[in-house]
Write a protein that binds this ligand. Structure first.
Ligand SMILES: [Zn+2]
Length: 352
């Protein structure tokens, strides 16, 4: 297999499984960043591969595999929200709706995009094997767009096969779900993920693998975005002290995500459960001399959910970061100010 198509090591087994399935519509589902997109591409490459020996597909050497690697295969169609084209490195300038200079790329797969894809599906096959449409992520289709796809999912034209990805199949219309054969893709075993991250140059990969909830692609994306293991471990202490300098270069999306994970883990510790995203050793000082009160944590969780729902405001990112970190720091101020009232009713509440 060529370097460009080097498969994530934990995808070999699900790829073999998927290639053996005969269904014309497959739904790849599992946690967000473990490689559904990469698996979808590999399946498409395998189905389109022109190697004589079917056990070697995708071979990485035939004309079809080269066309896939160059993002130029005429029998492959990628249906993506415009907002994902840049991050995934697929610039489908030929696709309707992608125009240079457009204000903000859409996070949705629009109905016009689906209609253009369906039209493509009815065109004659260019090469000999099949036609493949990859829809990533399928939950980006709004109900109108998803409904437009139903007939194609039910009876694809000619030798068209479809691959849909979703982190949560329940987020899809039942009519879409029921027309697809499912192929689950779970988090890879930690040793395999850690080895891959180390090879990719991530230092102390166990820190970022935990930070990403066991999703290696997300862990790598964090490192690429400048959040290394040291920064992740310094983050809880910086929040407590209200120091926004550490996160000055983080995007708001990353910052809110990190705050939500910190909030989650502090709640775990208050409930005598193990933290998930930070190590217990890193969090221990934050529970001294007294842990943040439970009601304050619950309120913080709600505020962060709201913050996560808002779009990024690039012009005010710096101020917004400071405000978010400051809000986190107040948790401990609350804990201090309530300390004298140790026997009051508030304390009973906060000790839960
Ligand atoms: Zn091939």
């Amino acid at each position: 297999m060529s370097e460009q198509q080097a498969l994530l090591p934990w995808l070999a087994a699900p790829l073999a499984q998927g290639l053996a399935l005969r269904a014309h519509a497959l739904l790849l589902h599992g946690p967000g960043a473990v490689g559904q997109f990469e698996l979808g591409l590999a399946l498409a490459t395998g189905w389109l591969c022109e190697a004589d020996d079917s056990t070697l597909r995708p071979c990485g050497h035939c004309a079809s595999c080269h066309l896939m690697a160059a993002h130029m295969h005429p029998d492959f169609y990628l249906l993506l929200p415009d907002a994902l084209r840049e991050p995934l490195g697929w610039h489908g300038a030929d696709e309707e709706g992608v125009r240079a200079g457009k204000a903000k790329p859409s996070k949705e797969i629009r109905v016009e995009q689906v209609r253009a894809a369906i039209d493509w599906g009815h065109q004659t096959m260019s090469r000999e094997r099949a036609k493949v449409m990859l829809i990533h992520p399928a939950q980006a289709m709004n109900p109108t767009a998803a409904n437009a796809l139903l007939k194609t999912l039910e009876e694809p034209a000619g030798r068209l096969r479809l691959v849909l990805t979703a982190h949560d199949p329940e987020a899809l219309l039942p009519t879409v779900r029921s027309r697809c054969q499912r192929l689950p893709l779970d988090r890879p075993p930690a040793p395999r993920a850690l080895e891959w991250l180390a090879t990719a140059g991530v230092t102390r990969p166990e820190v970022l693998l935990a930070a990403s909830g066991g999703q290696p692609l997300e862990a790598l994306a964090m490192a690429t975005d400048g959040i290394d293991s040291d920064a992740w471990e310094q983050f809880p202490g910086a929040v407590r002290r209200g120091l926004a300098a550490l996160v000055a270069d983080w995007t708001l999306v990353r910052l809110v995500d990190a705050l939500q994970k910190l909030c989650h883990d502090l709640m775990c510790l208050r409930a005598d459960a193990a933290p998930r995203y930070f190590s217990a050793a890193v969090l221990a000082p934050l529970m001294q001399p007294r842990a943040p009160p439970w009601p304050a944590l619950a309120q913080w969780a709600q505020d962060l959910t709201r913050a996560a729902g808002h779009d990024e405001h690039p012009w005010h990112a710096g101020l917004r970061s400071e405000a978010l970190v400051g809000q986190g720091a107040r948790l401990w101020q609350t804990a201090r100010s309530r300390q004298p009232a140790a026997s009051g009713p508030l304390d009973t509440l906060s000790a839960r």
